[in-house]
Design a protein around this ligand. Sequence first.
Ligand code: MN
Length: 199
Amino acid sequence: MAFTLPALPYAFNALEPHIDARTMEIHHGKHHNAYVTNLNNALAGKPDENLSIEEICATISKHPVPVRNNGGGHYNHSLFWTIMAPNAGGAPTGALADAINAAFGNFEEFKTKFNTAATSRFGSGWAWLIKGTDGKLAITSTPNQDNPLMDVAEVKGTPLLGLDVWEHAYYLHYQNRRPDYCNAFWNVVNWNEVARRFA
Ligand code: MN
């Protein structure tokens, strides 16, 4: 069963001024779309073509490189669109807020540590907030299109929040200023969706 590009759950310009419409249009319509196409091509006619994307990630070391790159790209971007929203941002509440405070001290400390993970990832990759196998929250980052579901990940867990730090995610608007993009990201985080994933 072929994978499909999920519809963006808001308009291309919905996250402005923090993420511009042209970046969103190219990022979703060109970059994510290419990951889906290339993943389907890499799996076509193979016994693995009926696996879910989560199953593929969990066994990624057994798959060829194109499946790792494009399968990761499909999973990561599918998550990324949903953990952002217009009129969002602010701070988490409830059990998620409690877990963030328990793991990182407070919300500001959490954001600082997450931004450090995002800005210090050399080259292309992602920063993540994950729920570890011990149930505790942790911050990690992965290179390229790897993610914490993958059996090759240094730190494994369930992704709750992910930030794409590939240049294609910010260069049109922010050029080389990745830290400005990372700071702006907090204005569009959809904490309702992050909390749903946590629960
Ligand atoms: Mn991307």
